[in-house]
Design a protein around this ligand. Structure first.
Ligand code: MIG
Length: 799
């Protein structure tokens, strides 16, 4: 059995000499003397898959992570044979395979080594469980940095770390805690300004070592399964990340309300308490869209039931909340209470849907309801049944979203905090033990939940949030980072986790704002809200066994700060929605760490705090008490301080003064930032103007605004509105060109244009080559003007 302190082992075996090869369209099979087969498949010029078997044949190729709707096909593959190696070439990279030992090296087209095997593929036979422990080691280059891997609570740059991937309920986890809730065996390497990625698609427990055990070696290994990994070549990090996201899939657009603010606690009950909370939001005018019911809404924690004492008429309550703009989200856990009078239990039992131990009995474990059995979500028939269970909740009661918790799966009062390894799973017709299915269990639960909620919410869009996830889960669900703590260190962790999740294809994520465990001070809560409104998912949640954690629990100053920042989020909804649309379409991460923004600038490689929200807004949280400001790094370009409109030059470190009701926020010069008026919830108001904040630049910049009906699927039929603004600023002149696509008609008819940083006084305005009077566009001293939304070219001429 592998220990996690020793990668190389006396029992290790290695491939020997390659004796032959065969080509099959986009794949080459290399055969070694000791019966190893290496299969190399070219999926794209810069995406290559490597699979190894020691059995002499490959088992059925099956992956939950890969998005099957993504077609690949490469048909220009040529193998060149030299005396000591084979070579495969694409237009981006070439790959050398040594004849002597089957070691692989990948080079870019200029011949620079990107990633070369050190010991390469090796394995150790696993006597205890059968199969192999499969291992891979690579040389690490000087100055190399490492990113990715999902929810890891470590420094953004993983150089020097070892991480473990085994989905785990980690209440009150701490910095560098391993393992955590999610499993994303994908990393991004960067050296010599070239970026590449590795996705090790193996659902067994995996480890990655980034120069921790040996200074110049990166390695990864799994406790079973196949050595099966994908190599992505950049050289731009953005190409690595978007290709990975493309391979493992992108989500649908969420309903816009899910991008609003959400309020949660364990637990709000009874009904009067829920109403008291929602009314308080409206009374204090703090915008809010989502209200959550944690486990106490159920009858004895039985999923798909209601505690009728606390919630006598859920349908009426949910409808009343909806009238006030609140969408109700309810928790659903995987554990099904063993209770012969409980219909869900009975149905699963009758159909044999529960996971079984190796020798036959059902997997039994304690969770909130007491002794439970657990559906095998890796069985398609079970997923179909599970999906059907949502009918009443969604169609009849009107619940708008479902929250999947405890799906690592978590089990109480047992050593490993989860199922024992012998538990059997269907794995979609590839029967296996829990060792293989563990990391994917939560994703398959969320997938089944998504299918159900989508079915019954249709023609509206579903909303799912999960705690555990494996690569590809983003196709079905959003997520949160689990049970964090109300501490300043956890604010630092949350900031990194969200950037990392964004880089790992799973951008729709948030932390429990204020911290789940323990009680935040008002100051910490305010600083967390100030960061949280810039995270794709924005929800306050707490364990509720300490004090209150609503925005009004900390006095008027914190109420005002919360309102100010949540209002800002609501104003930025069209910007946030556009960023989501970019993610859905191109796999672009919604949050971009500075290294992603400018990998050429070495100063960015170890930055953790600053990030780009979307494409044009830079955010830097305050992570310490009593701050009067902070030192931070501003990346390349010129940036406007959002609060003062002062223009600051980037690519340098600087001190930024802030008050308690501010954090450093900067807008890239040339940007056009769309804003809605403040609403108390998404869709509250019909408005006649879209605000466009235009930040002057001497030069060009492109901005986009994506809009649609904010829910439903009409956007797939072309009913969206995509505006591309090309800004061109000169000494005494601005030209903004607008290009429009899509057939959706926004309800507003005008733009209110705020001109920021304008270096001249406006003399003349032309719209589509016609001069308009300054009165007509209501130009005033504040430099705003109101114009019809359908212009093609706006020309502002100054003196
Ligand atoms: O064992 O449902 O992470 O968000 O409030 C605790 C109660 C179970 C853990 C989740 C948390 C949720 C809580 N759950």
């Amino acid at each position: 059995m592998i220990t996690n302190t020793e990668l190389e082992n006396k029992g290790d075996q290695y491939p020997s000499r390659i004796i032959s090869f065969e080509q099959d369209v986009d794949s080459i099979f290399f055969y070694t003397e000791n019966n190893i087969i290496l299969k190399i498949t070219i999926l794209r010029d810069s995406l290559i898959r490597f699979r190894y078997t020691t059995k002499g044949y490959f088992s059925k190729d099956f992956s939950y992570a890969i998005d099957k709707t993504q077609s690949h096909g490469y048909n220009q593959l040529d193998v060149i044979e030299e005396s000591t190696f084979y070579m495969i070439k694409t237009s981006k990279v070439f790959c050398k395979i040594n004849k002597k030992d089957a070691k692989v090296g990948i080079f870019d087209i200029d011949g620079s080594a990107i990633l070369e095997d050190e010991n390469g593929f090796h394995w150790e036979e696993c006597y205890e469980h059968g199969g192999n422990i499969v291992k891979m080691s690579k040389h690490s280059k000087d100055g190399e940095s490492f990113y990715g891997l999902g929810d890891k609570a470590s420094h953004l740059n993983l150089k020097g770390k070892r991480v473990e991937n085994w989905a785990m309920d980690q209440y009150a986890f701490h910095k560098d805690q391993e393992p955590l809730y999610k499993v994303v065996p994908f990393y991004i390497g960067l050296h010599h300004n070239k970026s590449y990625g590795i996705f090790f698609d193996n659902t067994f427990k995996t480890f990655f070592d980034f120069c921790h055990e040996r200074r110049n070696v990166t390695s990864f290994w799994a406790e079973g399964g196949e050595m099966n990994y994908y190599f992505f070549y950049g050289p731009k990090m953005s190409d690595v990340v978007t290709t990975y996201t493309h391979l493992t899939g992108k989500p649908e657009l969420p309903p816009m309300w899910t991008l609003g603010y959400h309020q949660c606690k364990w637990s709000y009950y009874p009904e009067s308490k829920v109403k008291e909370i929602t009314s308080k939001f409206r009374e204090l005018k703090i915008p809010c869209d989502g209200i959550y019911l944690d486990i106490d809404y159920m009858d004895g924690f039985r999923c798909f039931t209601w505690n009728k004492e606390y919630f006598p008429d859920p349908k009426r309550m949910v409808a009343e909340l909806a009238k006030d703009g609140f969408k109700t989200v309810v928790i659903i856990d995987p554990g099904i209470k063993i209770d012969k009078d409980y219909w869900v239990y009975k149905e699963a039992l009758e159909n044999d849907y529960f996971c079984k131990r190796a020798d036959g009995p059902y997997m039994k474990g304690k969770v909130w309801p007491g002794e439970c059995n657990f559906p095998d979500y890796t069985n398609p028939a079970v997923r179909e049944w599970w999906a059907g269970l949502f009918k009443e909740l969604i169609s009849e009661i009107g619940v708008k979203g479902v929250w999947n918790d405890m799906n690592e799966p978590a089990v109480m009062e047992v050593p490993g905090k989860t199922f024992p390894p012998d538990v059997r799973h269907d794995y979609d017709g590839n029967p296996c033990s829990h060792r293989k299915a563990h990391n994917i269990y939560g994703t398959q639960m969320a997938r089944a939940t998504y299918e159900g909620v989508k079915r019954f919410a249709y023609p509206k869009r579903p909303f799912i949030i999960t705690r555990s996830a494996y690569s590809g889960a983003q196709r079905y669900t959003s997520s949160w980072t689990g049970d964090n703590v109300a501490s300043w260190e956890h604010l630092w962790i949350a900031n990194i986790q969200m950037q990392r999740m964004s880089m790992s294809g799973m951008g729709f994520t948030g932390s429990d704002i204020g911290g789940f465990a323990e009680q935040p001070s008002g100051e910490l809560y305010a600083r967390w809200i100030q960061l949280g409104v810039f995270h794709p998912f924005c929800r306050t949640h707490s364990s509720g066994d300490h004090g209150e954690q609503e925005p009004w629990s900390f006095g008027t100053e914190v109420i005002d700060i919360t309102r100010k920042f949540v209002e800002l989020r609501y104003q930025l909804l069209p910007y946030l929605y556009t960023m989501f649309w970019n993610y859905v379409n191109d796999g672009t991460p919604m949050l971009k760490p500075l290294v992603y923004f400018d990998q050429e600038d070495m100063h960015t490689h170890y930055r953790t705090d600053e990030f780009i929200f979307g494409n044009q807004i830079l955010v830097c949280p305050i992570l310490e008490p009593n701050a009067q400001g902070r030192r931070m790094y501003l990346p390349k370009g010129n940036w406007y301080n959002y609060w003062t409109n002062e223009l600051v030059e980037g690519k340098r470190e600087l001190w930024v003064s802030t008050k308690f009701d501010e954090i450093p926020v900067f807008v890239k010069e040339g940007s056009i930032i769309p804003k809605y008026p403040v609403q108390q919830y998404v869709g509250e108001m019909q408005f006649d103007e879209l605000t466009l904040d235009v930040y002057y630049k001497l030069g060009k910049e492109k901005s986009t605004v994506y809009e649609d009906a904010q829910d439903g699927y009409d956007y797939n039929k072309g009913r969206f509105s995509l505006r591309t603004f090309s800004f061109n600023g000169k000494d005494k002149e601005i030209i903004i060109q607008q290009h429009k696509e899509g057939t959706f008609e926004t309800t507003y008819s005008k733009f209110k244009i705020n001109l920021k940083g304008l270096p001249f006084k406006v003399k003349k305005i032309e719209i589509d080559n016609e001069k308009v009077t300054l009165e007509k566009v209501q130009l005033n001293g504040d430099n705003f003007l109101i114009i019809d939304k359908d212009f093609s070219e706006l020309h502002i001429i100054g003196i």
